[in-house]
Design a protein around this ligand. Structure first.
Ligand SMILES: Cc1cc2nc3c(=O)[nH]c(=O)nc-3n(C[C@H](O)[C@H](O)[C@H](O)COP(=O)(O)O)c2cc1C
Length: 310
């Protein structure tokens, strides 16, 4: 049985064990975001979350396969950012320690694991009781089920954060209600995600991210919280990471609309400048992931779970 309210995995800072545990304790399903952590830190985060709740929790894994990127375009973007005076890192591919993380979720007996950016790996399906797959098209949905997913997380165009699409195509992206309508006949539970503050018709649950970003339990940075409270518009950009993602509009985003398609290369390139902006409390050079139209409130996670599930 799927709880009606699922906490979106929130990699890159907003996830905390306190937030995931609070959601599970309130009758939702809290997710541990594995993205960008080492496998051993993931193990610590799972244990820290479990220390705060006896209820089920999930873990979300990035499934990244190396694709050819336009190296010249990445280098040119780096040169431009250097000219603009930004502190930069070394662009490169890494697979986010997928194999080691599958080992960790299996050893820690995590009951639910969701995947993002690619099909559920065979090794994961073999070792975890229930695999959920994030999909953005009916085609990805069919392929996810063929790979062994038991539940589909339908990520619509409105969603905050990275597009979970398997090919990072330029779009257009299907709105979440459209995606629900087009996958209803597949016979598996559907978890809908993207700018939602309720369970939409035809879906079994809502997976919400932005709605939880202002919770006291969240690790959302201070400039991100301030920008969210201002109620800015959102847009989709590759400027911060090289992969399409939705966030609140800020200066860095509007000044770098032609950033190349190269993930996670550009993520590594811009990591130092984003960290510097965060430390300086500057929301203009920081990725401010947020969904379209979501209006998060500064209230405890348990209250958000109650509101979304009502
Ligand atoms: C700050 C932030 C971080 C996110 N990190 C992840 C992640 O690590 N894995 C993932 O599958 N989705 C991630 N997402 C996307 C969510 O799973 C979900 O699709 C999205 O939050 C739904 O839209 P909403 O934010 O409007 O509720 C993230 C979203 C946000 C806002």
């Amino acid at each position: 049985v799927i709880p009606r309210v699922v906490l979106a995995p929130l990699a890159g800072g907003p996830f905390t064990p306190e937030l995931a545990a609070a959601v599970s304790n309130a009758g939702g399903l809290g997710f541990v975001a594995a993205g960008y952590l080492s496998a051993e830190t993931l193990r610590e985060r799972i244990r820290a979350t479990r220390a705060l709740t006896d209820r089920p929790i999930g873990v979300n894994l990035f499934v990244l396969h190396e694709q050819p990127v336009d190296e010249a375009a990445v280098a040119a973007y780096g040169e431009r950012l250097a000219r603009e005076g930004f502190e930069l890192g070394e662009p490169h591919f890494d697979d986010d320690e997928l194999a080691a993380k599958i080992q960790v979720v299996a050893e820690e007996r995590v009951p639910v694991v969701s995947t993002t950016f690619g099909p559920p790996p065979t090794e994961l399906v073999a070792r975890v009781p229930e695999v959920w797959a994030t999909v953005t098209t009916p085609e990805e949905a069919r392929r996810a089920l063929a790979a062994g997913a038991r539940v589909l997380v339908l990520q619509g165009a409105e969603a905050g954060g990275h597009r979970g699409s398997w090919d990072d195509a330029d779009g257009p992206d299907l709105p979440v209600r459209e995606l629900v309508a087009q996958t209803r006949g597949l016979g598996v539970p559907l978890v809908a995600a993207g700018g939602l503050d309720h369970v939409p018709q035809g879906a079994d649950a809502v997976q919400a991210g932005t709605a939880f970003l202002l919770c006291p339990e969240a690790g959302t940075s201070e400039p991100h919280r301030r920008a969210l409270a201002e109620g800015r518009a959102t847009a989709v950009t590759r400027a911060f990471t090289g992969r399409r993602a939705r966030g609140l509009v800020n200066r860095f985003m509007t000044e770098h609309e032609d950033a190349p398609k190269a993930y996670p290369h550009v993520h590594h390139l811009t990591a130092p400048l984003r960290a510097a902006a965060r430390a300086a409390g500057d929301p203009e050079a920081l990725n401010l992931w947020a969904g379209a139209g979501a209006a998060p409130r500064a209230q405890p996670a348990a209250d958000v779970v109650a509101r979304l599930g009502a």
